[in-house]
Design a protein around this ligand. Structure first.
Ligand SMILES: Nc1ncnc2c1ncn2[C@@H]1O[C@H](COP(=O)(O)OP(=O)(O)OP(=O)(O)O)[C@@H](O)[C@H]1O
Ligand SMILES: [Mg+2]
Length: 266
């Protein structure tokens, strides 16, 4: 059975009497231990899919269809259940880490809170786990970083902290929405490589949202291509990259960036 099943998902935004159909009849599944990439041009509905999974959409949006995590039907879950699932079984990492971290709390306070909220570890044990996670995501002097405030860290370091917070909850699924777009190219490579290494080590399931097919080639097992709210093509990375059938996929292939995760930096 798939870990995440999305069937006939629709997302509409209602704005001043107008309706934007952001996601239309999208169906796909993510298997356990799999990296499934959603790609597509800007505005094609990728983030709307990611947010709809746990009803994180703004009040102006309406969502229909079916989303299941294992056996649990998410769109029908109560707000309390969804709150526990967000950051718990389904962890998110977004594009800009600075908007996800609380500027007035130390890294340690935020990381320990996430650990205490979603695991059985408390107090000193939670702090020990926090140090281990900061080390796992490649932060030097993790003990010292616990006392730091977000503004004292670089964008790349902040995104590493976000990953630590996401993974500390032992999620079943990590949803990473353009996790490196706000970062320098060199740092992007480091963070993507880190996500890939952690995914392999922890056998994580990842929904990776991305517009760069080179990244997809290096990181994902399967890929779905979105265009104008619809999933226009879906298959293994090899199938889709070797034999792109849809014009949107062909367009993405023409413009893919020259990011390589092999060799080079860090
Ligand atoms: N809060 C909102 N209110 C109204 N329309 C929205 C809202 N959020 C997204 N949309 C619209 O829904 C469509 C899909 O947007 P979405 O952000 O899901 O695309 P995306 O594929 O993630 O794009 P990008 O690659 O730029 O992040 C777009 O037409 C967008 O303008
Ligand atoms: Mg987006």
């Amino acid at each position: 059975m798939a870990l995440l099943t999305v069937e006939h998902l629709n997302v509409m935004y209602h704005h001043r009497g107008e309706v934007v159909r952001a996601v239309e009849d999208v169906s796909f599944a993510v298997e356990a231990g799999e990296v499934f990439a959603l790609v597509g041009e800007s505005g094609s509905g990728k983030s709307s899919v990611a947010l709809a999974l746990t009803k994180l959409l703004p009040a102006s949006a309406s969502v229909s269809g079916c989303v299941r995590l294992g056996q649990q039907s998410l769109l029908e879950s109560s707000e309390d259940d969804l709150r526990a699932i967000r950051g718990g079984k389904i962890a998110y990492v977004f594009q800009d880490p600075s908007t996800s971290l609380n500027p007035v709390l130390t890294i340690g306070a935020q990381l320990c809170e996430a650990i205490e909220l979603h695991t059985e570890f408390r107090g000193d044990e939670a702090r020990r786990r926090a140090v281990e996670w900061l080390r796992d995501v490649g932060l030097a002097m993790p003990q010292r970083q616990l006392e730091a405030y977000p503004h004292q860290l670089s964008g790349g370091m902040q995104q590493r902290v976000m990953l630590a917070m996401a993974l500390a909850a032992s999620p079943s699924l990590l949803v990473a929405d353009e996790p490196t777009t706000a970062l320098d190219v060199t740092i992007q490579v480091q963070i993507l490589r880190l996500v890939r290494d952690l995914q392999r080590r922890l056998n994580l399931s990842v929904l990776l949202i991305c517009h760069d097919l080179t990244v997809v080639e290096r990181m994902a097992h399967r890929v779905g291509v979105m265009s104008e709210g619809r999933l226009v093509e879906c298959g293994t990375v090899e199938q889709i990259l070797r034999h792109p059938a849809h014009p949107s996929t062909q367009q993405l292939l023409r413009y893919r960036c020259a990011i390589s995760l092999q060799g080079g930096h860090g």
